[in-house]
Design a binder for this molecule. Structure first.
Ligand SMILES: CCNC(=O)c1c(-c2ccccc2)csc1NC(=O)CNCCc1c[nH]c2ccccc12
Length: 339
């Protein structure tokens, strides 16, 4: 079996939503596919009215196949301070035609403000390892773990794009979505994340001769995380990069590095083993912060920010807009390729 779903960016590419069918008859909700967590949770008929902000909800009572997982609850909190919690149901879940029966669908009875104010997202579909699932007392499996035995190939892939729909594929690798060979890297899933070792970085244009600065070996632990918007890297890489950009500054008021919206940003190359992952400079230009109109805005928030205070670097959506990525569940590997 195999399937493909579109991944549609929300304003300023802050997140990407994909359609998921839940229950009988199927109810389609747009969820945030998140390789940085392992709970499939949704706004539902159990979410209090005052905790809803216009999201489409999963109407549990209208699904003839929904069964309450008695005496089980879930509660998740993310590093940005957001959180949600509730009850657990088992139901049929389909993604791009890939069907999973008895998938844990976690119904929210409480959600924090950042989720309430995100009207487009009806919840998250976790694609990290089962170890991170928060259901107690019986930890539940993710959609990809449950789908694995029915998939042609034990993989899923991410192909996100700047300001236009990309896609997630399940069970196959579409060679037309990337160029050149796939570069496989080892994954350490012991903490439940798609974690890998990056060996260093270089900044194109640093020496002005176009071949980029020499590789600076700031090796760092990183995770591949489609649920995080930006590229969060060690402070030293941020300093070396933004030093090349006239008008760039680290502004605590803005919450991090800002650049002039008209800046010509150099490319950033992230060295992962022998693989050079090039992040084009224009992807490191993120949302305007002084007005909502990027054409007139003077100051923009950087698409790369510091990972200081975090347990590892986080390769978020900015990275996946530049690099086609294979999450090889079968073999516990990641693979990257330019596109
Ligand atoms: C900023 C979101 N990312 C994190 O908190 C995070 C951290 C993390 C840990 C400490 C400090 C900062 C971040 C480690 S792994 C990791 N990744 C995830 O947690 C992935 N899931 C994010 C879901 C999520 C949290 N707040 C949102 C708001 C909109 C859409 C999605 C979300």
């Amino acid at each position: 079996d195999q399937g493909e779903v579109s991944a549609t960016p929300q304003l300023f590419d802050v997140e990407y939503l994909a359609p998921v069918q839940i229950g009988t008859p199927p109810q389609t909700l747009n969820l945030n596919f998140d390789t940085g967590s392992s709970d499939l949770w949704v706004f539902s008929s159990e979410t209090p009215q005052q905790s809803r902000g216009g999201q489409k909800i999963f109407e549990i009572e209208k699904s003839s196949s929904a069964q309450r997982l008695a005496n089980n609850t879930w509660a998740i909190s993310y590093g940005d301070g957001s959180r949600s919690s509730g009850n657990v149901y088992l139901d049929v879940v389909s993604v791009g035609g890939v069907n999973v029966f008895n998938q844990a669908v976690e119904s929210a009875t409480s959600v924090s403000s950042s989720f309430i104010s995100d009207a487009a997202s009806s919840g998250l579909l976790g694609l990290a390892f089962d170890k991170l699932n928060t259901v107690k007392p019986s930890k539940q499996k993710t959609f990809i773990t449950n789908a694995l035995e029915s998939l042609e190939l034990g993989v899923f892939t991410a192909n996100l794009k700047k300001s236009e729909p990309g896609n997630y594929n399940f069970g196959f690798i579409d060679e037309t979505e990337f160029t050149g060979p796939l570069n496989y890297v080892d994954v350490d899933s012991s903490d439940g994340f798609w974690a890998f070792q990056a060996t260093g970085y270089s900044v194109e244009g640093a020496s002005g001769n176009g071949t980029g600065s020499p590789v600076v070996p700031i090796a760092h632990n990183a995770i591949a995380d489609t649920g995080t918007t930006l590229l969060l890297l060690p402070a030293g890489i941020n300093q070396a990069y933004y030093r090349q950009v006239k008008g760039a500054k680290e502004d605590p008021q803005a919450g991090g590095w800002t650049v002039p919206c008209k800046a010509d940003l150099p490319d950033l190359t992230l060295h992962i083993g022998s693989y050079k992952a090039v992040i084009p400079g224009e992807l490191i230009l993120f949302a305007p912060i002084d007005t909502d109109d990027i054409k007139t805005a003077k100051t923009c928030f950087g698409g790369m920010q510091s990972s200081a205070g975090m347990p590892f670097a986080i390769y978020g959506d900015v990275f996946f807009k530049a690099q086609f990525t294979v999450f090889d569940v079968e073999n516990g590997k990641l693979a990257f390729a330019p596109k």
